[in-house]
Write a protein that binds this ligand. Structure first.
Ligand SMILES: [Zn+2]
Length: 472
């Protein structure tokens, strides 16, 4: 600043000496833009003056006011203006310096804040427990970083195994298993996004092994049929369910492994028994092979005597005589199946047996409106193998305990004697209302009923007999 002021004073002096001393150029070294401009004017004025003096050949008059002295007067506002400009520039420079310092301070403060926050997160520590052992970790750490920094705490991925258990890929199984406070966290992105908190309980375990994809060949294991006890009535106690055995074929290894029994079979259980209701004196009259033209006469006698009986009807006959079927039901008798075509069920394959039973039950239901699952197998031919295939269709097979041998047509007296001489509490009497000439049955029936009443018997249906014995 000093030089600058000095320089300006010099310019003024140079102007007043009218080019006699042209020394300003080299001395003005500060604010050269301003001063150079001024000395340049000065030089040209001086040169011009000298040139004029040379051309004219006369000495320049020093006392006369010249154009140069006018210039000296006119230069004052320029100098003043330069001074103002210079003062403005100084103020501007001062403010610039203040602003610069302020900005620097702000930057430093901001840096301190950022570094402080970073340090607070990174230098502060929290305590967590990993597999029961306490560890100090940075307050900013994620589970993913903790795992990475500690080699997953030696936990390993599961293996990929073949169906026989050979290792196909050592790390081909499930990823390592992590939990935080009991919550499962997947290794990878999930763990990387999971921040740790003070006191967190972390578990890190090996991943589970996986078995290669495989095809399954399933083979059913047939259930067993268990027949318990002896007696007149076979009753289904438990349905049979097949078990399953499996062979696995690995899609990668190609191995074939017999996995054996995957599911155990459930036995089909039939309880066989003869009802004998305690403290009672009951007997069940049963009539097979109907309905036929004799059924009406049998029903008339039963109605007259006020006796209830059970009719084991052949499905085809029920379908042919639905009115008779309906009368039996209307008069309080029980109707059940005696097959559909009166076939020997020992001679049927499973499909035929099932068809025979289904058709029989359907025909009886259509004719009588009664849905029944009770069967009396023709000739009594029904055993474990029949139960195996019929268990879903029927739940009861009823035999008999007193056979009148009426089918041999032994005479009404013989038929009557067969019943009255052998009657006992819980007896099931076999007679027929169809399948041939039933004249002898019609003739014997009134005496049989009267004789049994005389012996103090009550007449019950099979359902009633079973219910009295505690079987529904
Ligand atoms: Zn029969």
């Amino acid at each position: 600043m000093f030089k600058r002021i000095y320089g300006i004073e010099k310019v003024e002096r140079s102007m007043s000496s009218k080019g006699e001393r042209n020394e300003s150029g080299g001395r003005l070294d500060a604010d050269s833009d301003i001063e150079t401009a001024v000395t340049s004017d000065d030089n040209s004025a001086a040169v011009g003056g000298n040139s004029k003096e040379m051309t004219d050949g006369r000495p320049l008059r020093r006392d006369k006011p010249s154009a140069d002295s006018k210039a000296e007067l006119e230069i004052d506002p320029v100098v003043e203006e330069l001074s103002i400009q210079s003062s403005n520039a100084r103020r501007l420079a001062r403010w610039s310096r203040v602003a610069l310092v302020g900005a620097a301070v702000l930057v430093v403060v901001a840096l301190l804040v950022v570094v402080g926050a970073w340090g607070y997160g990174h230098l502060r520590h929290i305590v967590v427990s990993v597999n029961g052992t306490e560890r100090q970790v940075s307050a900013n750490a994620t589970l993913g970083k903790l795992l990475a920094d500690n080699g997953d705490f030696k936990a390993k991925k599961g293996k990929l195994l073949s169906v026989s258990g050979k290792v196909l890929k050592p790390a081909g199984g499930e990823p390592i298993s992590c939990t935080i406070d009991g919550r499962k966290v997947l290794a990878g992105d999930d763990a990387n996004a999971t921040k740790l908190s003070e006191g967190a309980k972390i578990t890190v375990r090996d991943g589970k092994d996986l078995i290669e994809d495989y095809d399954v060949q399933s083979t059913p294991i047939p259930f067993n049929v268990v027949m318990n006890g002896h007696g007149v009535i076979q009753k289904l106690k438990q349905h049979g369910i097949d078990g399953v055995s499996e062979v696995w074929k690995g899609k990668i290894s190609g191995e074939q492994v017999n996995k054996g029994v995957i599911k155990n079979p459930q036995d089909l259980v039939v309880d066989t028994f003869s009802p004998k209701p305690e403290g009672r004196n009951v007997i069940a009259l049963t009539f097979d092979d109907g309905p036929s033209e004799y059924s009406a006469q049998i029903l008339d006698i039963l109605k007259e005597k006020g006796v209830k009986a059970t009719f084991f009807d052949v499905g085809q006959h029920s379908a042919a005589e639905p009115q008779m079927e309906q009368r039996m039901v209307a008069e309080g008798h029980q109707v059940a199946s005696h097959s559909n075509t009166h076939v020997d069920m020992f001679k049927l394959n499973p499909q035929q047996l099932q068809a025979e039973l289904s058709q029989s039950l359907d025909n009886i239901e259509k004719a009588s409106g009664v849905t029944t699952k009770m069967l009396r197998a023709p000739y009594g031919n029904f055993g474990a193998e029949q139960w195996r295939y019929a268990g879903d269709l029927i739940d009861c097979n009823v035999m008999w305990s007193i056979d009148t041998m009426d089918w041999k047509l032994p005479g009404a007296q013989a038929i009557s004697d067969a019943v009255l001489l052998k009657a006992y509490n819980g007896a099931v009497v076999l007679m027929h209302d169809g399948g041939g000439d039933r004249t002898q049955d019609v003739e014997a029936l009134p005496g049989i009923i009267d004789g049994l009443k005389a012996q103090g018997f009550e007449f019950v249906t099979i359902d009633e007999l079973m219910a009295m014995d505690g079987n529904q």
